[in-house]
Design a protein around this ligand. Structure first.
Ligand SMILES: CC(=O)N[C@@H]1[C@@H](OP(=O)(O)OP(=O)(O)OC[C@H]2O[C@@H](n3ccc(=O)[nH]c3=O)[C@H](O)[C@@H]2O)O[C@H](CO)[C@@H](O)[C@@H]1O
Length: 386
């Protein structure tokens, strides 16, 4: 491979969504992006590649024998190292905070290949929340040559960790680019069929006028078990108590998540059951469509918080700690945790206080202007073409 080859490494749904704009920007500029899929997510990754009309150039043969983090990381490191030896890229780009990203940065460092970190500098300052992502980010920061920070706050976090200012580039978050691309006519993208009329969401469209749509997701490791049980049973109460509430909850493909959610929502009266859609993971276009129409978003997902901010939909953040304080200080999101009382209070207040609700809708989007990928492309072009 030539020294200009930039290898984008990714393996999970959110990485694909947030790296797709970077891939397109690099490609249009005559650099040579290649894409390596690590295989960390399987069922949720494929539809995303298809949506963005990207085919990985390389896929790792991951043979996972357990869920253990040490097993995943060891296997990723070994397979990524072997792949880099044969591909010999001029630079490696990783995103965010996954095991795939951390191990790709380490494998690249071992071969003295420069590393770019997209979405650098997010910190909750809590080592176990999110776990293991907080330490994955810190590890990548120690290894990266280019730190593409999404916000001023992220930049400050990196400076506090003694990262040289000249290596930090404030570019915005590429999720804003992804939302822009996915909601506009982007010629190279294959928009998938509209699932609003599909099997998973049959009947939803007719219910939307006059109702309050809650879009919910929860899957983070810290929320498995008791917190997820609290979230689910509180959502069940809200659904039963308010007949105007309609809920769409795409349930993560982690079987532990599915088991809790299925158990809590079993045995609902028919009229109530008709107002909740517990679906498999949805396509990206349907997800954005529903977010746009939602009255309120309840989530522990990082990406969905950012998308809700782009679309000016209020978010209740179902976490105890956040690495996105910008969303809270902008007023678009509230960090409420997972207790039943906190969820009921927040939903009740927004229902009964239109001014408080409107203030959340009016908050500015703190994650950028939708041109982060272009800035990343410009910086890499300057660095790699001399
Ligand atoms: C600790 C933390 O915050 N880590 C984050 C984490 O990712 P996450 O928490 O954002 O992960 P998910 O919630 O799985 O994905 C969300 C995406 O999936 C789309 N979606 C969702 C449901 C569905 O049915 N159909 C969809 O299309 C949705 O619109 C959104 O774009 O890793 C990233 C990578 O490094 C980091 O950026 C990021 O900090």
């Amino acid at each position: 491979m030539s020294e200009k080859t930039i290898l984008l490494c990714m393996g999970t749904r959110p990485e694909i969504i947030k790296m797709a704009p970077v891939y397109y920007a690099l490609k249009q500029n005559g650099l040579e992006p290649l894409l390596l899929h690590t295989g960390q997510h399987e069922d949720m990754a494929d539809p995303m590649y298809r949506f963005f009309n990207i085919l990985p150039d390389f896929s790792l043969p991951l043979e996972r024998r357990s869920d253990a983090l040490h097993h995943l990381s060891a296997m990723l490191l070994e397979k990524l190292g072997a792949a880099f030896e044969s591909i010999k890229p001029g630079a490696v780009l990783v995103h965010g905070d996954t095991a795939s990203a951390a191990m790709a940065a380490l494998a690249a460092f071992y071969q003295r290949i420069p590393v770019g970190h997209v979405e650098a500098g997010l910190r909750s300052h809590n080592r176990y929340n999110p776990f293991p992502e907080e330490k994955n980010r810190e590890l990548i920061a120690r290894l990266a040559d280019w730190h593409f920070a999404p916000t001023q706050n992220a930049r400050q976090n990196l400076l506090r960790e003694n990262i040289d200012d000249s290596r930090i580039h404030l570019v915005g978050n590429t999720i804003v680019d992804a939302v822009r691309l996915a909601t506009s006519e982007y010629p190279e993208m294959v928009a998938d069929p509209d699932e609003m009329s599909g099997l998973q969401l049959r009947g939803l469209r007719d219910m939307l006028p006059g109702s309050r749509l809650l879009f919910i997701t929860a899957h983070r490791r810290e929320n498995l078990g008791r917190p997820l049980l609290s979230i689910s049973s509180t959502v069940r109460k809200i659904l039963i108590a308010d007949e105007k509430v309609v809920i769409v909850w795409p349930v993560h493909s982690n079987p532990k998540v599915r088991a809790t959610v299925d158990e809590v929502f079993a045995d609902l009266p028919e009229e109530v059951a008709a107002r909740i859609f517990l679906t498999r993971p949805l396509s990206y276009s349907t997800t954005l469509n529903l977010l746009k129409r939602a009255w309120l978003v309840l989530t522990d997902s990082g990406g969905i918080q950012e998308e809700a901010a782009c679309l000016h939909v209020p978010v209740l953040i179902l976490r105890e700690a956040t690495e996105r304080p910008e969303l809270v200080s902008s007023g678009g999101g509230r960090l409420i945790g997972t207790s039943s009382a906190a969820i009921l209070n927040a939903v009740g207040e927004l229902r009964d206080n239109p001014a408080a609700y409107q203030a959340m809708c009016d908050a500015i989007n703190p994650f950028g202007d939708g041109y982060a990928a272009d800035r990343i492309k410009d910086i890499l072009t300057r660095s790699m073409h001399g």
